[in-house]
Design a protein around this ligand. Structure first.
Ligand code: ZN
Length: 297
């Protein structure tokens, strides 16, 4: 741990840290396509075995949980989305894509989006710039080679940025990032105070299934929220987004949500959104592009 004395920092220093990456111009359209009041952006992070590999783990038990994500989770999710005729976004580490190329091809063939999610779910925030840049670019190439679609968006593994991440994302010409939390609506990312043209489609841990369901076998404390409780939180987020004319964005994981006792949450959310009416189900890329091009000034 670095020895630091932040209370002694001059203003210039703390301002520079805060300004590295910040929320800039709000990108909130007056309305969504077709006069919709609310954009619904469902996302699934297909981490699968990289959940174990990212920490250099080799536990066969935990790897099998990761395999469930591809073997059972994704097919169940795709079936549900097809039944409802709803599109979603899957953020896929390159190693997952290499382990399961057919899965990624199917996801794209069924009309969904595949976005960048690191190489092996590495902690990008501690990587040297050269390694981070090379991995981020190589990940995009791997996804493109498998799906034949060039990804336009990134969700960084574990939702953090190094001081270099945004510069790399900008250099790659990506449309959007979906890893930060400064708003409920889309916004333009600023780098050292300057606009980058990169759209942020914000996430929040509140709207992430793993937060409520993950279990650590060897920890005494096992925070656990009943599926009904998780649905209630997500539904309230959706209801308020609908009321405000905003975005309901949610992050789920095939190896977390794709179980018999939990997948109903996704089903119930989609049904609930449809019953409210005037909702636009869209991929993250579609939401980001629309927000960018139709932001109310
Ligand atoms: Zn992930």
């Amino acid at each position: 741990m670095k020895k630091t004395t932040p209370w002694l920092w001059p203003e210039k220093r703390w301002r520079a840290i805060v300004n590295r990456v910040r929320a800039g111009k709000a990108l909130r359209p007056k309305q969504w396509p077709g006069g919709a009041r609310c954009a619904v952006a469902l996302s699934f992070d297909s981490d699968h075995e990289t959940n174990e590999l990212r920490e250099a783990g080799e536990s066969i038990g935990r790897l099998s949980q990761g395999q469930y994500g591809s073997r059972q989770g994704v097919p169940r999710i795709l079936k549900l989305l097809a039944q409802h005729g709803v599109k979603a976004t899957f953020f896929v580490p390159a190693v997952t894509a290499r382990l399961y190329p057919e899965e990624q091809k199917r996801v794209v063939a069924e009309g969904h989006e595949v976005g960048i999610h690191g190489w092996i779910h590495e902690r990008n925030s501690v990587l040297p710039k050269k390694a981070e840049r090379e991995l981020q670019m190589r990940s995009a190439d791997v996804l493109e080679k498998i799906t034949r679609v060039r990804p336009v968006g990134i969700r960084t593994p574990s939702w953090d940025f190094s001081p270099n991440t945004l510069a790399i994302t900008k250099e790659m010409g990506l449309l959007y990032d979906s890893s930060l939390m400064a708003d409920v609506d889309c916004y333009e990312l600023l780098m050292d105070g300057r606009p980058t043209g990169v759209v942020e489609l914000p996430v929040e841990w509140i709207r992430d299934d793993a937060v409520y369901f993950n279990m650590n076998r060897f920890a005494a404390l096992r925070p656990y929220t009943p599926p009904e409780g998780v649905f209630d939180i997500f539904r309230r987020e959706l209801d308020a987004a609908h009321l405000e004319g905003g975005i309901f964005q949610v992050t789920m994981h095939p190896h977390v949500i794709g179980y018999r006792s939990r997948l109903w949450i996704v089903d119930a959310l989609i049904r609930h959104a449809k019953s409210k009416g005037k909702v636009w189900f869209a991929t993250h890329a579609e939401v980001a592009r629309y927000a960018l091009e139709n932001a109310a000034s």
